[in-house]
Every structure is written in C-alpha cells, then in structure tokens.
Design a protein around this ligand. Structure first.
Ligand SMILES: Nc1ncnc2c1ncn2[C@@H]1O[C@H](COP(=O)(O)OP(=O)(O)OP(=O)(O)O)[C@@H](O)[C@H]1O
Ligand SMILES: [Mg+2]
Length: 268
C-alpha cells in the first residue's frame, strides 16, 4: 500500500450491547474510488464514523481491529486530527447549518484546515467552479436551498478542508435521478484531482459505476468484495441491490456469486 492509503483491519464496532460491525477488512488505495453497499442497518455509516473517529458522538466504540491512514494508526486520534490528516467525512442526511448563509457554511468547512487564507480562497474558487449555484446563493440561508443543493453544500464544505480522502455517506439519497447523476459526476471530478473517495451508497447502480472496487456489507460483515465491474454482474448484487428481477438468478439463489468467479465470498 502506498502513501495515502486507508487500511481497515478486522474492525469491530459496538454501540453498547449492539454489535454494528464485525471484523471488517477493507482497503482504499490512494487515488481510488471504493464503494460500500448494503441495506439499512448494515453498518455503512458506522464504518465511516469509525474511520473519521466520530463514533463517540453516537455513543459507539471500536471494540477491536485497526484503522490506519498513510501508514499511521488512527487509534486515539481526535476527529479534528483525522480531518487535519486529510480524511474528511460528509455525514448522512446532508447536514448543513440551516440558519447560516451558504458562504458561512463553506467558511466553517475551512476551519482547522491547513494552508491558511490563501488555501481557503483557492478551495472556495474550486467549490464555486464545481457548484456555481453555491456562488449564486452565497448570501442565502442554507436552510432555504433544495435538497440537492444542500447536498452540494455539504460536499462543498468538505472540499474546503482539502481532503485527500473523502468519506461520502449516501450522497444521492432522496435526490431525483438528474441531481444524483450530477453529484456522481462531481465525485468523478473530485477524484480526477487525486482525492480518494470511500462512497457509501444504497444506490448500487450509481456507486458501482463510479467505483473501481466495491464491498457489500451485510449485518455488519463484509459479505462480498471485488472489482466493481464484476460485482455489477453478480446475480446476488443484481437481485438484492440493483433491483433486477431475474428468474434464472432467483432459481440460483443458493448459488449466488457463481457467475463471477473472482469475487471472494466471505463467510463468518
Ligand atoms: N447511535 C446508535 N446507537 C445504537 N445503535 C446504533 C446507533 N447507530 C447505529 N446503530 C445500529 O448499528 C447498526 C448499523 O447502523 P448504521 O447506521 O451504521 O447502518 P447503515 O448501513 O448506515 O444504515 P442506513 O442505510 O439505514 O443508513 C444498526 O443495527 C443500527 O441500529
Ligand atoms: Mg447510514
């Protein structure tokens, strides 16, 4: 693994007695887009919280395993230090400061980021280039933006912190197809500048198009992982996450994944 790689090893997480992740192992090589798929409650957000060291805000804790970024173990690091090291999360539910202006939301994203004012100006120019609407609405309260625009603002705010690895929690949730496609395009543009992306999505079709590698989480465990293109053709993924009703696949239910031999199936 080169510099800037994220390595999650045998990570288990609990919220009190609730076990949310069990021995999850995952890699995000520097410069890549990696997708994590899975249904409600599979542990997708928990995984991102463990990486960004924000589990404590949700009364959760890592019970075993490690997360390292660029070869440095993040155990014991504060959430702020993780951001300063270049790992920035966009939490689920497009959380913006509704009563603050769009401009102030973006400014808040630059707090604690390296590089001072010049870097913040440069980042703002880049965000405005990606999302011109955020420049047009700079003085408006963020709460007045549409859902899609708020998602752009949440993404823009994360970009203000100069991420080298962006953790995205369901950026397309609740967006009309056109807006979701626009967000996907932006993720590609962000990745093209060298930023790695760990993308959590229920929209498997969108995520598998963007990612090179994908993982499927099922009740806290990695059920499948492999090249995104191969997962996209796997019967199990097609049936469960792409909504493809395929009679042959249904008959083969007990034999899922057989069509994609290089996928590694993990059983507990
Ligand atoms: N703060 C919390 N306290 C207790 N249990 C929690 C908490 N947050 C999540 N859980 C539990 O941990 C498990 C994983 O939840 P998580 O939110 O990570 O799933 P998810 O894959 O992100 O789901 P969704 O697609 O609905 O966002 C679930 O069983 C959930 O009920
Ligand atoms: Mg979630």
């Amino acid at each position: 693994m080169g510099p800037g790689a994220l390595e999650v090893r045998s990570l288990s997480v609990g919220y009190g007695p609730v076990r949310a992740l069990r021995a999850v192992t995952l890699d995000v090589p520097a410069g890549s887009v990696v997708a994590v798929l899975g249904g409600n409650g599979a542990g997708k957000s928990t995984l991102l919280r463990a990486i960004s060291r924000t589990l404590g805000y949700h009364r959760g804790a890592v019970t075993s395993g490690t997360v390292s970024y660029g070869g440095r173990d993040l155990r014991g690091a504060s959430a702020a230090r993780v951001v300063a090291s270049g790992v920035v999360q966009v939490p689920e539910g497009r959380q913006v400061f509704a009563r603050m202006t769009v401009a102030d939301n973006l400014r808040a994203g630059a707090l604690g980021a390296p590089g001072g004012r010049a870097a913040a100006r440069e980042a703002l120019a880049r965000v405005h280039e990606l999302f011109p609407v955020l420049a047009d609405r700079a003085r408006q309260r963020a709460g007045l933006l549409s859902g899609g625009e708020q998602q752009m603002l949440a993404l823009g705010r994360a970009l203000m912190a100069h991420p080298r690895l962006l953790l995205l929690d369901e950026p397309s949730l609740g967006l009309a197809p056109l807006m979701a496609a626009r967000i996907a395009e932006t993720v590609q543009q962000i990745n093209a500048t060298g930023t790695s992306v760990l993308l959590v999505e229920q929209n498997a079709a969108l995520a598998l198009r963007l990612a090179t590698t994908a993982y499927v989480l099922d009740v806290g465990e990695v059920a499948l992982h492999g090249p995104a293109a191969e997962l996209a053709t796997s019967d199990e993924v097609r049936r469960r996450y792409l909504g493809v009703v395929d009679e042959t696949a249904a008959e083969d239910a007990g034999n899922a994944g057989a069509a994609a031999p290089t996928l590694r199936r993990w059983t507990a």
